[in-house]
Design a protein around this ligand. Structure first.
Ligand code: 1HE
Length: 269
């Protein structure tokens, strides 16, 4: 448990594969199956879904991290039994629903990564809005070696971070990127010392939590969709989203605060 964070109660406290705690508008969701390197079983995926559609009231940003020596070893391979085509599609769609609840949920989510971030673990990280990597983090997509394909949204999300060619390389050759390469390529946005990932992710989430909720909504929901649209459609969507944001009382009071000298200036940190 992170200092000053208190355990979630009610439904969230019943999710035994997650350790959920909160402080000052930030909810910390820790994957809590370290003995299996946080391998994602069906129950684990369902608990992640339940968690992100039931975040505690007052949550304005979230952090996802992993207990133990690795962030996440991906799909629980012990559950990969022979499935007919119909149930295999539904299994993948279950992952999609859970990770959509993260990417297109209520609040921005910052992932704190360390150790293995592989297979479905990388798909989970890619569904978050920002990624902080510790020096030990490494990234791979061993699906090729396991005889399977990504099924948790990786083929849609990971190329948007690093491009189709790099994802092809990861999958065809089993190449692994280290934390420094991951930063350079855009798999993470921050690189910190070993052990400092959660604190950095919580600090970023706390800062995100001070933004106007409608601005955070626009970044989470409009930005990726605009990136998928033609320029003409994207500009139109942008105008609508900008008009919605600007017309909120929150925007009005924040703009007034700046004009009256009561708000911070943009400075180099
Ligand atoms: C697991 C899993 C798992 C560990 N499913 N049980 N993912 C992979 O192909 C990655 C497979 N895992 C590994 O390469 C390594 O386990 C790690 C590099 C992540 C960690 O190594 P290490 O030495 O710290 O741990 P370990 O001894 O290998 O594993 C500890 C235990 O966790 C062990 O079980 P135990 O009962 O013998 O103690 C492992 O069997 C277990 N374990 N990883 C099940 N993944 C929606 S599609 C997504 C498709 C994918 O994600 S494919 C990629 C799957």
């Amino acid at each position: 448990m992170t200092a000053d964070f208190t355990p979630a109660t009610g439904l969230l406290a019943t999710l035994d594969l997650l350790e959920i705690s909160q402080a000052d508008g930030v909810t910390h969701v820790r994957l809590n199956r370290p003995a299996k390197r946080n391998a994602l079983s069906d129950a684990f995926i369902q608990q992640l879904h339940t968690c992100f559609v039931n975040l505690p009231a007052g949550t304005r940003a979230a952090v996802v991290s992993g207990a133990g020596s690795h962030f996440c070893a991906g799909l629980d391979l012990s559950e990969l039994v022979e499935r007919d085509i119909g149930s295999a599609v539904l299994h993948s769609r279950m992952w999609h629903a859970a990770f959509d609840a993260i990417q297109f949920g209520r609040v921005p989510v910052v992932a704190a990564l360390h150790g293995a971030v592989v297979g479905g673990g990388l798909e989970l990280a890619a569904a978050c809005h920002l990624r902080v990597a510790e020096a030990s983090a490494y990234y791979g997509l061993p699906e090729g070696q396991r005889g399977i394909f990504v099924g948790g949204g990786g083929s849609a999300r990971i190329p948007r971070l690093i491009g189709v060619a790099r994802m092809t390389d990861l999958m065809l050759t089993g190449r692994v990127y280290d934390a420094r390469e991951g930063l350079a390529l855009g798999l993470s946005q921050y690189l910190v010392d070993e052990g400092a990932g959660v604190a950095q992710a919580v600090a970023l989430a706390a800062r995100i939590a001070t933004n106007a909720p409608v601005s955070n909504f626009a970044v989470m929901h409009a930005l990726p969709r605009i990136a998928d649209q033609s320029q003409s459609e994207g500009l139109f969507t942008e105008s609508l989203m900008a008009a919605v944001a600007e017309s909120t009382p929150d925007a009005q009071s924040r703009l007034r605060a700046f004009l009256e000298g009561r708000a911070g200036k943009v400075v180099k940190s």
